[in-house]
Design a protein around this ligand. Structure first.
Ligand code: PLP
Length: 398
């Protein structure tokens, strides 16, 4: 027998498993509203013109393929931190490393915290991006849920959220979605963030922001950064930030991101950076350079940068338009349900409130592929399929 005969089949990834089923489906009506990747008006992936322009520049300049340092490309990191915290950020007090997109950023931050925090409790919103649970558990942190979303009202459960922050042991780590909370699309308002910050401060908690949609949520990268900028500006709450350039630059497969930590001074920054390098080195030595070279080229170019911001807004605006059109079309096809939460939500996804049974029926009877929590990727909708999807949703929710 093979030495591997006792290895059992592992569970498929919930989301990637659905994507696979979609590819295999032969039904001509099939619609993919599962994936978290942007699609244009024709349902096609879109490489941003500024990304292509940057790639051409890299080729023309004969950009080398050498190894990057362990912590990544300093020029990219500086642009990324300015993108997050604003042009006037004091880079000498931010310890930042390049990561394998947002997932890698969460992992590096989690590994660091597991090593250096005595209190290893991390609180994660319910619901959340499913990978959060696995990433932080793998890091050796103790994962706990906090209340975030009230399914009975389809709105934020602010009181439950604050109560759970207050009940967590002092100095816990709190995972926060920077904007466009996945999967609910429901973010706190700035006033609500103030109350959340008060609770974090009272309890000496650490804020760990996961920012996977900056610019992609509202179309305005400054506005989408307001929650973590506000909390960092208070200077009383330790802040970590995981940044992904997958969605806002459409660089999904390039695996480009950062993990940054706000420090009290340059000396602390150097110490933290040295430890972040120690986390990275045995994992993958150094990050890939293509994606970060693109982001650096775009953001540091006086012509490409403003053009990039427009392209990012184009994606956000199309999604917002589809969100409103979905709600309007649901009414047109006869749904009398209150779908107002869907137009109030923000980002790539609509959290519809449909039950698992309804989702299963959508897939079985209509070849519409979505996650069983009722989340649909608005980016998968376009003028050609939106009426079909609305009719199907109406049929299963009536
Ligand atoms: N965090 C959240 C909340 C996400 O939704 C995602 C992607 O769907 C990620 C992190 C990580 O994505 P990536 O590793 O592709 O940057």
């Amino acid at each position: 027998a093979s030495v591997w005969s006792k290895v059992e089949t592992g569970p498929p990834d919930a989301i990637l498993g659905i994507a696979q089923a979609f590819r295999e489906c032969q039904d001509g009506r099939k619609v993919n509203v599962c994936v978290g990747a942007y699609r244009d008006t024709q349902g096609k992936p879109w490489v941003l013109p500024t990304v292509r322009a940057a790639e051409r520049k890299l080729l023309e300049n004969d950009d080398p393929k050498d190894y990057l340092p362990i912590e990544g490309d300093a020029g990219f990191i500086a642009e990324a931190v300015k993108f997050a915290y604003g042009q006037n950020v004091d880079l000498s007090t931010v310890a930042a490393v390049q990561t394998l997109s947002g997932t890698g950023a969460c992992r590096i931050g989690g590994e660091f915290l597991a090593q250096f925090r005595e209190n290893k409790n991390i609180y994660i919103p319910t619901p959340t991006w499913g990978n959060h649970w696995k990433i932080f558990k793998e890091c050796g942190l103790e994962t706990h849920p906090y209340r975030y979303y009230d399914r009975s009202t389809n709105r934020l459960d602010l009181n439950g959220f604050i109560e759970d922050l207050e009940a967590a042991p002092e100095g816990s780590i709190i995972l926060l979605h920077a904007c466009a909370h996945n999967p609910t699309g429901c973010d706190p308002t700035l006033d609500q963030w103030k109350r959340i910050a008060d609770a974090l401060e009272r309890k000496g908690h650490v804020a760990f922001f996961d920012s996977a949609y900056q610019g992609f949520a509202s179309g305005d990268a400054e506005r989408d950064a307001s929650a973590f900028r506000y909390i960092a500006d208070r200077k009383t709450i330790p802040v970590l930030l995981a940044q992904s350039f997958a969605k806002n630059f459409g660089l999904y497969g390039e695996r480009c991101g950062t993990l940054s930590m706000i420090c009290s001074d340059e000396e602390e920054r150097q110490r933290l950076l040295s430890q972040l390098r120690c986390v990275i080195r045995p994992m993958y030595s150094s990050p890939p350079r293509h994606g970060s070279s693109i982001v650096k080229t775009v953001l540091s170019d006086s012509q490409l940068a403003p053009q990039y911001y427009e392209e990012c807004a184009t994606m956000a605006n199309r999604i917002q338009a589809m969100r409103e059109l979905l709600v309007k079309t649901l009414a047109e096809v006869g749904s009398t349900h209150d779908w107002s939460h869907v137009s109030e939500q923000i980002g790539m996804f609509a959290f519809t409130g449909m039950s698992e049974e309804m989702c299963d029926q959508l897939t079985k009877d209509y070849a519409i592929y979505l996650t069983r929590d009722g989340r649909i990727s608005i980016a998968g909708l376009n003028d050609s399929n939106i009426r079909y999807v609305a009719e199907a949703i109406h049929a299963v929710t009536d």
